[in-house]
Design a protein around this ligand. Structure first.
Ligand SMILES: [Zn+2]
Length: 142
């Protein structure tokens, strides 16, 4: 089995990214900035998640996507990706993360509603905000 040759950074309130993130972060509750570095070696965008889930869930989702890229799959913005969760696809949207574009994993709420649905539950509904908007909601002065 090929080894995982990318890394995952989890930038959450109180835990800055040592390599690429800002030193202080302000996110609303349930929001973080988890992302991969290293998929450029496959000529592919890295992945991001902003829903602050348990670390093992974040790693599972980002590593599963990373392994699929490693084995040759090409994912782009707008794709609905099956095979991450049993009962629903996730969607990939393009967003800026620091100075690069990443594919953000948008996870539907418990009733499979995506953020553009006005009935989408909080905090799932926050997933289509930019990093700047999320930080402003968390109280950052930008
Ligand atoms: Zn990072």
């Amino acid at each position: 089995m090929a080894k995982l040759n990318w890394v995952i950074h989890l930038v959450a309130n109180g835990s800055p990214c040592s390599e690429c993130g800002k030193e202080e972060n302000y996110f609303p509750e349930y929001i973080c900035n988890a992302h991969t570095h290293g998929l450029a070696q496959y000529n592919h965008l890295d992945f991001q998640m902003v829903l602050h889930s348990p670390r093992e869930d974040i790693c599972y989702i980002l590593n599963t996507l990373g392994k699929r890229v490693q084995s040759g799959e090409r994912l782009t913005a707008g794709d609905m990706v099956e095979g991450i969760f049993l009962d629903c696809p996730v969607r990939l949207d393009a967003f800026q993360e620091s100075d690069r574009t990443v594919l953000r994993v948008i996870i539907p709420d418990g009733r499979n509603r995506f953020p553009e649905d006005p009935a989408c539950d909080y905090p799932y509904s926050l997933q289509t905000h930019t990093m700047e908007q999320l930080e402003q909601m968390g109280g950052a002065v930008i």
